[in-house]
Every structure is written in C-alpha cells, then in structure tokens.
Design a protein around this ligand. Structure first.
Ligand code: T5A
Length: 221
C-alpha cells in the first residue's frame, strides 16, 4: 500500500534540479511532511557505486551505450525496491533528483537506443512505480553551460555524459519536451532561468496546488 507522494525533478545538465530538490525537501519538511530526498543514479551504497562507474568509468574502461542503459536501470531497480517503495509505504514523501524520464531522454533520444525497449525495461526496473508529479526544469542550453562552467571554475568536476556534444544535449532537451507534452497530467514544466528563489517560487506553487489542497494531513504545520 502506497501512502507517500513521489515527486521527481528532471531536465538537462545544470538546469538546477539538485538545488530545487534540496529546497523542495526542506520546504516540505517545514510543513510537517516527512520527506526523503534521493538522487539518481544513487541513493544507497550500491547505486552510488554504479553512479561512479557511469560518470567516470573504471581505469579508463567506460560503459558502452547498452551497458550504460543497463547500469542506470540496475541502480534504479535497487533504489526503488530498497529505498523508495519502503519510504512511500511508510507515508514518507520522496523527492528524486532525476528518475526514469532521464533514461528515456538520455539513453533513448541521446544515445539512440530503442524507445520501446527502454519503456519496458524502465517499467521492470521501477516495478511499475511512476511519479505522482514530475517537475521539468527548462533552461536554455547557453545559460546551463554558463552555470556548469562557473561550477567547473570553482573546482567542480565534469563527467563523460555532461561533456557530450551539443547535438546530444539538444536531442535530450527535445525528448524532455516531448515527454511533458505527452503527459501533461504528470509533468509540469517550469522556466528555470530565474534566480534559485524565483524558480523555487514556481516549484512550490505547483506542489502546493497539486497536493496540499487534496492530500488529507499533508499540511500539518
Ligand atoms: N543520466 C541520469 C542518464 O543518462 N540516464 C539516467 O537514467 C539518469 C538517472 C547524472 C548524469 O547521469 C545522466 C544525466 C547526468 O549526466 P549528475 O551529476 O547528477 O549526473 O548530473 P545532473 O543531474 O545533470 O546534475 P547537475 O548538478 O549537473 O545539474 P543540476 O542538478 O540540474 O543543477 P544544480 O542544482 O547542481 O546547479 C548547477 C549549478 O548552477 C547553480 C548551482 O549553484 C550549481 O553551481 N545554480 C544556479 N545558478 C543561477 N541561478 C539558478 N537558478 C541556479 N540554480 C542552480
């Protein structure tokens, strides 16, 4: 039995998902909602180890496209079964920085792997779990690149997916837009070009409208 709410944040590189996911988890906590923030790939030791393989490879051995897909799915299956589903069943809300839409966008549109296979495999990895709400942060690529460059200049590390070419990233942006257009009931698109505060005002408005009017006991403070 599922009692918590499952919210995911999606979008291209550097659009501000992690920043907004942290804010959203804190905002929900301030409202008395027990909240678990997770990230994909990651969230527990095994998927965190897979994350490191995916982002940088091991000793120069980087995953081929099919291995990359399967590693993302393996990390997701573990996170869903061990962390997300138990949390939701105990009434905790889960806020995930990326989830299955990223696989459709990056491994499907980005790498060109079969979309139908990815859909079926995603369903298998998620054991049928789907987000109640997905917030898609949209940011022009030039702005995202400026943010990523600033982070690198401050000592942040890049990775092999972030460093893919512009054609790859524009296919991903188009894929996210197509997902949002095909599932307007689940996916809310938000302009991420403002300050973190401005973007969060839009994020929290969506969450407020979507859940706090209709979920009994959600507004506890
Ligand atoms: N991936 C993932 C797949 O290929 N398939 C999959 O199935 C999944 C799940 C994950 C990589 O894996 C890929 C996608 C990714 O390439 P990651 O490091 O988690 O690796 O990559 P991202 O999810 O893209 O995380 P980033 O940190 O790069 O981007 P975010 O989380 O969108 O952005 P954030 O919040 O870290 O902000 C980036 C920078 O901008 C600043 C922040 O301070 C930070 O320096 N910033 C702002 N600056 C100005 N105005 C704002 N409003 C700002 N918001 C944030």
């Amino acid at each position: 039995m599922r009692r918590g709410v499952f919210i995911t944040l999606e979008g291209g590189e550097g659009c501000g998902k992690s920043t907004q996911a942290r804010r959203l988890a804190a905002w929900l906590g301030e409202r008395g909602v027990r909240t678990l923030p997770v990230r994909e790939p990651g969230g527990s030791p095994l998927p965190e180890a897979v994350r490191s393989m995916l982002k940088r490879g091991i000793d120069g051995d980087t995953p081929c496209d099919r291995a990359e897909l399967l590693l993302f799915l393996a990390a997701r299956a573990q996170l869903v079964e061990k962390i997300i589903v138990p949390a939701l069943e105990s009434g905790v809300w889960v806020v995930s920085d990326r989830f299955s839409d990223s696989t459709a966008a990056y491994q499907g549109a980005g790498r060109g792997l079969d979309a139908d296979f990815i859909k079926a495999a995603n369903g298998f990895a998620c054991a049928g779990l789907s987000p109640d709400l997905t917030i898609l942060l949209e940011l022009p690529r030039e702005t995202a690149l400026r943010r990523i460059c600033a982070r690198k200049a401050a000592g942040g590390a890049g990775d092999r997916i972030e460093d893919e070419n512009e054609a790859f990233h524009s296919r991903i942006a188009a894929a996210f837009r197509a997902i949002a257009a095909s599932e307007p009931g689940r996916v809310a698109t938000i302009d991420a070009s403002g300050t973190p505060e401005e973007v969060f005002a839009a994020v929290s408005t969506v969450v407020q409208k979507r859940f706090f009017a209709s979920v009994p006991g959600a507004e506890r403070s």
